[in-house]
Write a protein that binds this ligand. Structure first.
Ligand SMILES: NC(=O)c1ccc[n+]([C@@H]2O[C@H](COP(=O)([O-])OP(=O)(O)OC[C@H]3O[C@@H](n4cnc5c(N)ncnc54)[C@H](OP(=O)(O)O)[C@@H]3O)[C@@H](O)[C@H]2O)c1
Length: 316
């Protein structure tokens, strides 16, 4: 443990976008591994809740004044920003909202980190690349080809050019259990498989899908080791979306016969997609000791998590 605990004050981690599936996993891991105080900010809650180890605050991403008050009241040691407008086609359409969420919000958080003397851990994406020759390392040169990617690169650049200690975690095709029904590729595929109608999935978009638990572990280790700079955090297997969808069908015991292979040009997505995406995770593996889940083991974890979430909801 390299962290400085001063004056016996609790070490505080403030997590923004607390209802994102990534934040949910980070919260789960930090609550299991540490006795740190967690401060959760979310636009999806309406009431403050406080206990010894956790405080939850409603946040309006447009109301910077009251968010600043939360920062000044809590004085966090580390801020983790998972909040973003993540709908890639939506970003193409609602550019102002995308810029506000993915760039201006980051600028505001950097100001808050400066005032409270906190470190920032910020999430980004392989969509900062053009997808011509992925998977990418941390030092490859970005060249976004859609508006989401441009906003995320602008957010990264703000972090890199600030004099705040920052770590940027790039990830891709994130999947994991969510209490808030966030749609991701895995959840979308599961919904389609349950519907039972034939559906199209592309064979020419490549990535290494990432289990949220692995992101939680990367955040935990970055905090412990006080690391900065860019870290790729992604899954242990590089494959196309069609192959991923078939593996989802297999793990959840559906037939993959209704998954119809197609190419990106056939499905006319609004935003252009980087085709050969994905991220090389050697740095996180060697420096942080995080060995990412394979698709098979990640999907088994997802299945178990979905079952236990359903069980706990039944008991309520
Ligand atoms: N999903 C992926 O495949 C993927 C891939 C690469 C990188 N990433 C990055 O990883 C991070 C986490 O992604 P995720 O998939 O876990 O997120 P997510 O489940 O899509 O949730 C994003 C959260 O951001 C907040 N949010 C939504 N709209 C917003 C807006 N207009 N302005 C500000 N905040 C808004 C909401 O949090 P509250 O409801 O709590 O306010 C929302 O729950 C993001 O930075 C994303 O860019 C994700």
């Amino acid at each position: 443990m390299e962290l400085n605990f001063q004056d016996n004050k609790p070490f505080k981690v403030l997590i923004v976008g607390a209802r994102s599936k990534t934040a949910e996993a980070i919260t789960r891991i930090l609550r299991t591994e540490t006795a740190w105080k967690l401060i959760l900010l979310s636009s999806g809650v309406s009431l403050e809740e406080h206990s010894e180890y956790i405080s939850i605050y409603p946040t309006n991403y447009n109301d910077l004044k009251s968010t600043k008050e939360i920062f000044l009241r809590e004085m966090p040691d580390v801020v983790v920003n998972t909040a973003a407008m993540t709908n890639v086609d939506g970003c193409e359409l609602n550019r102002q909202e995308a810029w506000q969420a993915n760039v201006q919000w980051v600028e505001f958080l950097l100001r808050m980190c400066k005032i409270t003397d906190a470190r920032l851990i910020h999430f980004s994406t392989d969509y900062v690349f053009d997808g011509l020759r992925g998977p990418y390392t941390e030092t490859d040169v970005p060249n976004p080809i859609n508006y989401y990617g441009r906003t995320k690169l602008a957010g990264e650049n703000l972090c890199r050019l600030s004099n705040i200690p920052c770590a940027i975690i790039r990830t891709n095709v994130v999947y994991g259990v969510s209490s808030y029904e966030h749609t991701d590729f895995a959840q979308w595929t599961l919904a389609k498989l349950r519907e039972g109608e034939k559906f199209n999935v592309v064979t020419d978009q490549f990535s290494n899908p990432t289990l949220t638990d692995d992101l939680g572990l990367v955040v935990y280790r970055i905090i412990l080791k006080e690391r900065g700079g860019i870290y790729n955090a992604a899954g242990g297997e590089w494959l196309n979306r069609y192959e991923f969808a078939c593996k989802i069908a297999h793990t959840f015991q559906f037939s993959s016969d209704i998954i119809h292979p197609c190419v990106t040009d056939d499905i006319r997505q609004r935003a252009k997609r980087p085709l050969r995406g994905g991220l090389i995770t050697l740095k996180a593996e060697t420096d942080l000791g995080v060995k990412p889940a394979t698709v098979e083991s990640g999907l088994i974890t997802l299945r178990q998590q979905i079952l236990s979430l359903a069980e706990s909801e039944k008991k309520r």
